[in-house]
Design a protein around this ligand. Structure first.
Ligand code: HSE
Length: 440
């Protein structure tokens, strides 16, 4: 049978990885897919560079629309990124009856509802394994492998840049700004690292996992997002002393009140496997009622790890594209007419536990006052750590850090107590609040 014809939009790191892996493993891939998979056309603004990366028979053009207009192309792989031209091209490819493979988490997290509906109406597939956690087949796991389960929660380290920075901060005792500069010098962080360090990239990915886990529409605008820019080396050190590591987690959880969808730094017990995921690696935990807790680990970015996910999608589409569209695997795991409208909870309604660090005057009654405010709000304390007085302020009084770990409470109530604590004259600096996840 004639190989299925693929058109690649964007011949960057992932595009060239996809080309290379398809070439190298073509016989094995064909044995799995049932027919060959051939990239026959590529669009890239730098035609000469792209042509040098492809075999001579591949037609390279600068205009992506020429790929979409080619009636011989069965699958369009979008590797351009962003919400702009990529959105127009994906919708045009769907309208032209092409299946689409994309690594574009931003596009699907924000415009997924429109794109999946367009694909459903046209009877084509949109596959996005490469959009979350690079080479880890977490989309496949959530959509198919765990399909028997009522999924309770998903929590993941899904941004390698921030995990690398946090690992370096912990190992070397350095502050965020210093490590970010080092990460940029080594090429681990982008020149403009905003999406990574502010948690936006992780929020795109957890939004997609939330939709797959719970059968809800993608709702990036409802996600709570907090990055790692305000974390200090002191908090990482205190967390370590209390038996925790700080990780940027993307979390989505089913509760009686609704769905939690959030990205923020979290204390995770050191004994959890996920707490020991270091450097640029990714890991995702999924808790299902039948399977229990499962963990998926691997490279979340890079040329061939991401290509591995892109090609897995190409194989899936090759196997399924002659199937009746109504009997294919649904884009978001649940049948489009069986989606749930469970609401996403505001952060003030989320229940979790907390690490609090307070810079306080080292004098009688300060700790008692803090703990009484927590007791009055019925917030239970899990642990308290007080350092020796280590600094004399301008006014002459000794200051010290008090660290309090709480048990679970609702965030709105925690914030009210924090406002009361912050107003105390003996609390000398803004209070640090970091959420804590036991993940058990
Ligand atoms: N910038 C991402 C990361 C990789 O640092 O993990 C692509 O999503």
């Amino acid at each position: 049978m004639k190989p299925i014809q693929v058109g690649l939009l964007g011949m960057g790191t992932v595009g060239s990885g996809t080309f290379n892996v398809l070439q190298r493993n073509q016989e094995e891939i064909k044995r799995r897919a049932g027919r060959g998979i051939e990239i026959s056309m590529v669009a890239d603004l730098d035609v000469a560079k792209a042509q040098a990366l492809c075999a001579p028979h591949v037609k390279v053009v600068s205009d992506a629309r020429q790929v979409i207009a080619n009636p011989d192309i069965d699958i369009v792989v979008e590797l351009i990124g962003g919400y702009g031209i990529a959105k127009a091209l994906v919708l045009e490819a769907i309208a032209a009856g092409k299946h689409v493979v994309t690594a574009n988490k931003a596009l699907l997290a924000v415009h997924g509802t429109e794109i999946f509906e367009a694909a459903r109406a046209k009877g084509v597939m949109v596959a996005f394994e490469a959009a979350v956690a690079g080479g880890i087949p977490i989309i496949k796991a959530l959509r198919e492998g765990l399909t028997a389960n009522r999924i309770q929660w998903v929590a993941g380290i899904i941004n390698g840049t921030t995990n690398f920075i946090l690992s370096e901060m912990r190992e070397k005792g350095l502050d965020f700004d210093v490590v970010l500069q080092e990460a940029q010098r080594l090429g681990y962080a982008e020149t403009d690292p905003t999406f990574d360090i502010e948690g936006v990239d992780a929020a795109h990915k957890v939004t997609l996992m939330s939709a797959l886990a719970f059968g809800i529409p993608v709702q990036f605008d409802q996600a709570y997002i907090e990055g790692i820019t305000k974390l200090g080396a002191a908090d990482i050190k205190y967390a370590e002393q209390l038996g925790y590591r700080i990780k940027l987690l993307g979390i989505t959880k089913r509760t009686e009140a609704g769905i939690e969808l959030r990205v923020h730094p979290s204390l995770v017990p050191t004994q959890r496997l996920i707490a020991n995921v270091e450097g640029a690696m990714n890991a995702v935990m999924v808790q299902g009622d039948a399977v229990g807790t499962t963990l998926y680990y691997g490279k979340g970015a890079g040329s061939e790890p991401t290509a591995s996910a892109v090609i897995a999608d190409l194989v899936d589409i090759t196997r399924l594209h002659t199937a009746d569209p109504l009997n294919r695997v649904p884009h978001l795991a649940f049948q489009p007419n069986a989606m749930s409208n469970l609401k996403i909870l505001p952060m003030s309604d989320v229940i979790t536990s907390y690490y609090l660090r307070l810079r306080v005057a080292d004098e009688a009654g300060v700790l008692a006052k803090l703990t009484s405010l927590l007791a009055d709000a019925n917030i239970s304390i899990d642990a308290v750590l007080q350092r020796e007085a280590d600094q004399v302020s301008q006014a002459g009084e000794n200051q010290t850090d008090v660290i309090i770990l709480t048990h679970d409470t609702v965030e709105g109530k925690m914030n009210e107590v924090l406002a009361q604590m912050q107003a105390l004259p003996t609390v000398m600096a803004p209070i640090t609040k970091i959420r804590k996840e036991e993940l058990n």
